[in-house]
Design a protein around this ligand. Structure first.
Ligand code: PHE
Length: 345
């Protein structure tokens, strides 16, 4: 019956929902287009008995008006909503920008530089691709020294007949000592932070590149006691005022005498624990008095001047300060690891 169909559509109209233009258009097509449901009822109307025509005709027109109005009303509220969504709330707090953090190696490098700057050391720099002279020969390495060997050094150019013509990735920052002495007359008081390369398999405890800081002081009457005092000050500044140091005899081609320095274990305070292998000490750097051959190779009169040098690995110090277990974390750039250094500056 036509009247039932009219009532059924009327009931549907109240339930209509649309939240965008396409949905509205679909509704208009469904009910009011040429093939729409309401249009179809006008066809049915032709069949209606004459005595019902007046009443049903009114109802049908009413339905069409209702449907048109309903869809128009939905269109209005759609527009309102879109306006609401586009409104900018200028009082709303901004989305916080995630700030990057300093890399732990940069954090510790800065701490070390700051300590030596307070003692009057200035910064020096040098290239990572170096010639044999600056990395080995000028530093008193014998032509057959094992550090020149393939196992330790990356070669850019290798001359088996004449090793002094090799071009290498520097395996230590001591090359910057030589560069500085090349163009500066004593007194010289420098530290040189930089990246160094060694041909080693990458494991938790070794990497093919890492960072060092080299220190060099050359003047008249520089003694081993000066070196020891500077290193003691450094250790206390870096690891705390109760830190003790000890120097063990060692060997480097470019220093004589040479030593390795240990600091009292920062975990147990020197009593002995698993971390320091129950010795109470952990090794942190190599040092010594600059060998007269090194001074002479750079044109500095070793009968007038003397000096000391020291070199340390920044990764090693960072491990000791922050207990990083795996060296590889420093170069993997996992932000979860890097974010842990948020508070360190
Ligand atoms: N260059 C040495 C190394 O890489 C460290 C060092 C520097 C030792 C200066 C003594 C003096 O192991």
């Amino acid at each position: 019956m036509l009247i039932d169909k009219i009532e059924a559509i009327k009931a549907q109209l109240a339930e209509l929902r649309a939240d965008n233009e396409e949905a509205l258009e679909a509704l208009r097509i469904k009910y009011l287009s040429k093939k729409g449901e309401i249009t179809a009822l006008f066809n049915d109307f032709r069949e209606v008995a004459p005595e019902q025509k007046k009443e049903l005709g009114m109802k049908l027109n009413e339905l069409k008006t209702m449907a048109t109005e309903r869809i128009n009303a939905l269109r209005e509220s759609c527009k309102e909503q879109a306006k609401e969504e586009n409104k900018i709330d200028i009082t709303r707090p901004g989305a916080p920008q995630a700030l990057g953090t300093r890399h732990p190696i940069s954090v510790v490098r800065k701490q070390i530089i700051d300590i030596f700057s307070r003692l009057g050391f200035t910064l020096a720099d040098g290239p990572e691709v170096e010639d044999d002279w600056h990395v080995f020969s000028a530093l008193n390495f014998a032509a057959v020294h094992p550090a020149r060997d393939m196992q330790d050094t990356f070669f850019i150019e290798k001359n088996d007949a004449d090793v002094t013509r090799n071009i290498v990735l520097r395996s230590h920052t001591s090359s910057v000592q030589v560069r500085t002495m090349d163009h500066q007359k004593p007194p010289i008081r420098i530290i040189c932070p930089g990246r160094v390369y060694r041909n080693e398999a990458i494991t938790a405890r070794a990497h093919c590149f890492f960072h060092q800081i080299e220190g060099l002081y050359i003047d008249k009457n520089v003694s081993f006691a000066d070196l020891k005092q500077v290193l003691l000050y450094f250790a206390k500044e870096l690891f705390g005022p109760d830190t003790k140091i000890r120097l063990r005899p060692s060997y480097f081609p470019f220093t004589e005498p040479s030593a390795e320095m240990d600091v009292s274990c920062m975990l147990c305070g020197g009593k002995g624990c698993g971390f320091c292998k129950h010795t109470g000490w952990v090794e942190i750097l190599g040092c010594g008095m600059v060998d007269p051959n090194v001074l002479e190779a750079s044109g500095i009169d070793s009968s007038v001047y003397s000096g000391y040098a020291f070199g340390l690995g920044i990764e090693r110090i960072t491990n000791l300060k922050y207990m990083v277990k795996d060296l590889r974390m420093f170069s993997e750039n996992d932000v979860r690891f890097l974010d842990e250094f948020q508070a360190a500056h």
